[in-house]
Design a protein around this ligand. Structure first.
Ligand code: PGA
Length: 251
């Protein structure tokens, strides 16, 4: 397989500046020389603290969201220009908490994807079904729609700055992980969807992370699956003692 593994930590709404600095320093030390691609995505207010710590390391600097507009009268929003100013390289978009708690729809997420790409950022586009959608046999259809709509208007030349994260909503923060087989089946399906849009060689290249209760104990089994190219980690990303072993899983 030519794809390399990409392990990302989504810190969500956790940590103060001092705590974030401590975690970032521990990760920079422990992941030094690590063989995969890594990222941390702290809250907006922590980015400036974490940036100099990960600069020059093998850990990329990410944000968890951004506004769909470049700048202007958007109270409470954070712009792509502001993220770039802090050295952010990657933005997570369409996370299930953004979709389901903050009611972001595919159209808004797509607007953000295009804006992030326009400004040179890498995008981690999250897709995934709710429990009732899975139980109704709609997991593939939901992931297909979110992938197709999220990528609308993305030029083939920009696809190498897109990562897809498959995060079944019922597995996020619940301790329930999709079985490696179930996750792999959806990853394969998403890859097929990308193939329909961009052709087989692009489908083969695209990195698809799995997210949803990834832990040191289950990372290697998930990563061993053909179509799983990494992880987007929430809870276990909050401590170096749990994120480092995931990032350094035995491949
Ligand atoms: P979790 O979160 O690892 O705590 O399940 C994953 C995510 O929401 O990105």
């Amino acid at each position: 397989m030519s794809r390399s593994y990409y392990i990302a930590g989504n810190w969500k709404m956790h940590k103060t500046r001092a705590e974030a600095a401590e975690l970032a320093k521990a990760l920079a030390a422990r992941l030094k020389g690590g063989k995969h691609k890594y990222l941390v995505a702290p809250s907006f207010t922590l980015i400036e603290t974490v940036a100099p710590i990960v600069k020059g390391s093998n850990i990329r600097l990410g944000a968890q969201n951004m506004a769909a507009e470049e700048q202007g009268a958007h109270t409470g929003e954070v712009s792509v220009l502001q993220l770039k100013d802090l050295g952010v390289q990657t933005v997570i978009l369409g996370h299930s908490e953004r979709r389901h708690v903050y009611k972001e729809d595919d159209g808004l997420i797509n607007k953000k994807v295009l804006l992030a790409l326009k400004h040179g950022l890498e995008v981690i586009l999250c897709v995934g079904e709710l429990l009732e959608e899975r139980e109704a046999g709609k997991a593939e259809a939901v992931c297909e729609t979110q992938t197709v709509e999220g990528l609308k208007g993305v030029a083939p030349a920009d696809l190498d700055r897109i990562v897809i994260a498959y995060e079944p909503v019922w597995a996020i923060g619940t301790g329930k992980t999709a079985t490696p087989e179930d996750a792999d089946a959806i990853h394969a399906y998403i890859r097929k969807v990308v193939g329909k849009l961009y052709g087989p060689s692009e489908a083969d290249k695209i990195i698809i992370q799995y997210g949803g209760s990834v832990k040191p104990e289950n990372a290697a089994q998930l990563m061993a699956k053909e179509n799983i190219d990494g992880a987007l980690v929430g809870g276990a990303a909050l401590k170096a003692d749990s994120f480092a072993p995931i990032a350094q899983f035995d491949s």
